[in-house]
Design a protein around this ligand. Structure first.
Ligand code: CA
Length: 227
């Protein structure tokens, strides 16, 4: 689980986030000022930084510029300002993503996962292989034993998300947040329908699964059937 630095002057928000994210298994450190935050953020000890923009000692955008001058650590900006020009200026200053206050720990966690995934995309190999299943992430093509699968863009994204976490049970909620970008849920039938399309292409059924194993009410995992 990635370790997280939270730079936030509001004690209640700090405590609530630290609790919720620790419960999820993250290592969390919190600081209340921009200067302390900058020096901790560039220490190399954190995989992601959550930066409040309204800090007492220094504007968050300025803090972000200081971090960016020495470090590429992913930064998610948390802001109460929904003014579009502010958001554009923090993204220009090097923020990887932003959340508007008030936000839930779940929402923040989903944004952080997306940021971390993008951060690792650049260095990972652009193919994923699980058993006879091979996904070319650049070409958006999947093959099973060399035969090309006929998938919609979303079905490919779903398959890629599961195949990059082989053996891990992934909840529908996570899939809706990460693949469909609907962190607050929605029609989870959508996931079921896409799973059954994938099954058809993979030549398997719910009764006789090979790659895709669903657990009712919990989620789905993709496994190498020959292992
Ligand atoms: Ca603040």
């Amino acid at each position: 689980m990635p370790s997280i630095l939270i730079i936030e002057d509001d004690q209640r928000i700090r405590a609530a986030l630290a609790t919720r994210l620790s419960e999820r298994g993250h290592d969390v450190e919190t600081v209340a000022t921009a200067m302390e935050g900058v020096s901790r953020a560039v220490s190399g000890e954190f995989e992601v930084v959550v930066l409040d923009l309204g800090l007492p000692d220094l504007d968050g955008t300025e803090a972000l510029r200081m971090i960016r001058s020495v470090s590429q650590v992913p930064v998610v900006v948390a802001t109460a300002r929904d003014d579009e020009s502010d958001i554009i200026s923090v993204l220009d200053a090097g923020a990887d993503d932003y959340v508007i206050k008030p936000y839930s720990a779940d929402h923040l966690a989903a944004r952080m996962r997306a940021v971390l995934r993008r951060a690792s995309d650049g260095i990972e190999d652009d193919t994923i292989t699980v058993g006879d299943l091979r996904l070319d992430l650049d070409a958006h093509e999947a093959t099973l034993s060399g035969n090309k699968l006929d998938l919609t863009a979303r079905a490919f994204d779903l398959l890629a998300y599961l195949a990059s976490r082989p053996g891990k049970l992934v909840s529908k909620r996570e899939l809706l947040a990460e693949v469909w970008r609907q962190p607050y849920g929605g029609a989870d039938k959508t996931v079921d329908v896409h799973i059954s399309w994938l099954r058809k292409e993979l030549g398997e059924t719910a009764a006789e699964p090979r790659y895709l194993h669903t657990r009712r009410g919990v989620g789905v995992r993709l496994v190498d059937p020959d292992r």
